[in-house]
Design a protein around this ligand. Structure first.
Ligand code: GAR
Length: 187
């Protein structure tokens, strides 16, 4: 059984979907949820799912020593970013080289980079008049949204879309495809 660490900063619907999906099989399980935001709804989800929660501040994240120790103590095989806001620092990318995966709610390299998170991405896609958007699942290195792309799936942007309706469509793609890519990485 492989051990997943899911990092989330906000609502955590992907974190919950991953936890529930993997709990149904014997390939992997979400061993802990890591969060940088004490007000994030994902904290309630973790409690409901009975999954350990690790809350950290910016200093603990940037230096990463205690975090890396915690990840090793839990024998984490793969770090899964699911709506995580901060740039992953070098001590963490070094300790888990090639074993950190992210999901981005647009078709990178478009609409990536600093500040491009959650709703801001969908607003930018609509403002640019794009006719399609989608998801990108990629490895994490030291640069925001620039690691090796593992999968991209597109969906239409409809003329009457709001950021919320587009976010819903993109979230469905995320739930549909993220578990499978993670499973492939573990195999
Ligand atoms: C997801 O759409 C995820 O792709 C995005 O944040 C949302 C979090 O939703 N991630 C990024 O924008 C990373 N740059 P969730 O908290 O409900 O899973």
């Amino acid at each position: 059984m492989k051990q997943l660490a899911v990092f989330a900063s906000g609502s955590g619907s992907n974190a919950e979907h991953l936890a529930v999906t993997f709990a149904q099989g014997d390939i992997a399980r979400v061993a802990a949820i890591y969060c940088n935001n004490p007000k994030a709804y994902v904290i309630e989800r973790a409690a409901k799912l009975n999954i350990p929660l690790v809350l950290f501040n910016r200093d603990e994240f940037v230096h990463a020593e205690s975090l890396v120790r915690d990840l090793h103590d839990r024998q984490i095989d793969l770090i899964v970013l699911a709506g995580f806001l901060w740039l992953v620092p070098e001590p963490l990318t070094r300790a888990f080289a090639g074993r950190i995966v992210n999901i981005h709610p647009a078709l990178l390299p478009k609409f990536g980079g600093k500040g491009m998170y959650g709703m801001a991405v969908h607003q930018a896609v609509l403002a640019a008049g794009e006719t399609e958007s989608g998801i990108t699942i990629h490895l994490i290195d030291e640069v925001y949204d620039r690691g090796k792309i593992l999968l991209q799936v597109s969906c239409p942007v409809l003329p009457d879309d709001t950021p919320e309706t587009l976010a819903d469509r993109v979230h469905q793609l995320e739930y549909q495809h993220y578990p499978g890519v993670i499973e492939q990485m573990l195999g």
